[in-house]
Design a protein around this ligand. Structure first.
Ligand code: DAK
Length: 260
């Protein structure tokens, strides 16, 4: 596949997607979101790829938000359609079968932070800065920011970021649970690969069931969520991976999981 606004590189089981508009600080225009959609669809159909690292080109920005020049021209109807489409594309990351980690290599603002939050996990470079500055433009987040941010950091902290439009640095983002780890910029890719490899070494079905239980649980009541967990817990007992994992422990060897 060939792209103009993103790069897609696959090495063994890991795909790296790079948003590649460095002159615009990787701002997301419609064409970029469309290419991201195509790349994610192609990865969904790829049984070999089990993890995705998502980052921005250059050293300054992960993604500095939606493309403001393009936003300025949208009608209300177009804006609503684009919001739905963007949410659908970002949803491919959060509900996809591959584990995704955002490598936040600089500014992650507005739609950029929303993109990072759609990934399962986030690692930030020390110099990264994050925020939801939509209110500065008279806008409301349109790619899931009002929903994913409070789920990650709690209502009070989310409202503080959403209402003030202010940026926070990587350390603060780590303190409030917005990112999972902070590393030196030159360590970002290695840290992402290491975190992903650790996860990919585990029982693939167990990993998928954990994601599913958390995802479904957050969308419902505690009791319903506990029911989801019970079902998935039972399902795990029907897998060969569970046999392999428990036997490997007793035989004092490393398990060889097959995702079955
Ligand atoms: N869009 C377009 N171009 C951008 C951009 C953006 N978001 N951010 C930066 N650029 C461009 C700048 O215009 C500049 O281009 P030239 O002037 O050189 O041609 C170049 O990138 C370098 O930026 P700066 O010169 O400004 O660099 P600085 O280091 O001085 O500042 C900055 C870096 C990140 C603090 C600053 O660029 C900045 O504040 N950028 C805007 C951040 C922002 O407000 N982003 C948008 C957040 S709102 C929707 C769905 C979602 C959204 C909206 C609608 N619908 C479905 C309709 C989401 C909205 C947002 O993301």
């Amino acid at each position: 596949m060939s792209f103009s606004h993103i790069k897609l590189e696959i090495t063994d089981t890991i795909a790296v997607i790079t948003i590649n508009r460095p002159k615009q600080l990787n701002a997301l225009n419609h064409a970029t979101i469309k290419e991201l959609d195509e790349a994610l669809q192609s990865l969904e159909a790829n049984a070999t790829v089990r993890g995705i690292l998502l980052t921005g080109s250059g050293e300054k920005a992960f993604v500095a938000g939606a493309d403001i020049k393009e936003l300025a021209t949208l009608s209300p109807v177009e804006a609503k359609e684009l919001s739905r489409y963007g949410q659908q594309v970002f949803g491919r990351l959060s509900s996809g079968k591959q584990i995704s980690i955002a490598l936040i290599n600089g500014f992650a603002l507005g739609g950029g932070l929303e993109l990072a939050m759609a990934c399962h996990l986030r690692i930030a470079a020390e110099h990264a800065r994050m925020g939801q500055p939509e209110v500065n433009l008279g806008l409301v987040p349109g790619y899931g920011g009002t929903q994913r941010l409070p789920r990650l950091v709690g209502e009070g902290r989310a409202l503080e970021l959403l209402l003030s439009g202010e940026m926070i640095d990587a350390r603060r983002a780590y303190e409030i649970g917005l990112v999972n780890k902070v590393v030196a910029a030159d360590q970002l890719h290695d840290a992402g690969t290491k975190m992903l490899s650790t996860i990919l070494d585990k029982g693939p079905l167990a990993v998928a069931y954990c994601v599913e239980a958390v995802r479904q649980g957050l969308a419902t009541t505690l009791n319903n969520g506990l029911e989801v967990e019970t079902s998935l817990f039972g399902m795990a007992f029907s897998t060969r991976d569970k046999q392999e994992g428990t036997h490997a422990f007793m035989e004092k060897r490393k398990p060889v999981f097959q995702g079955r």
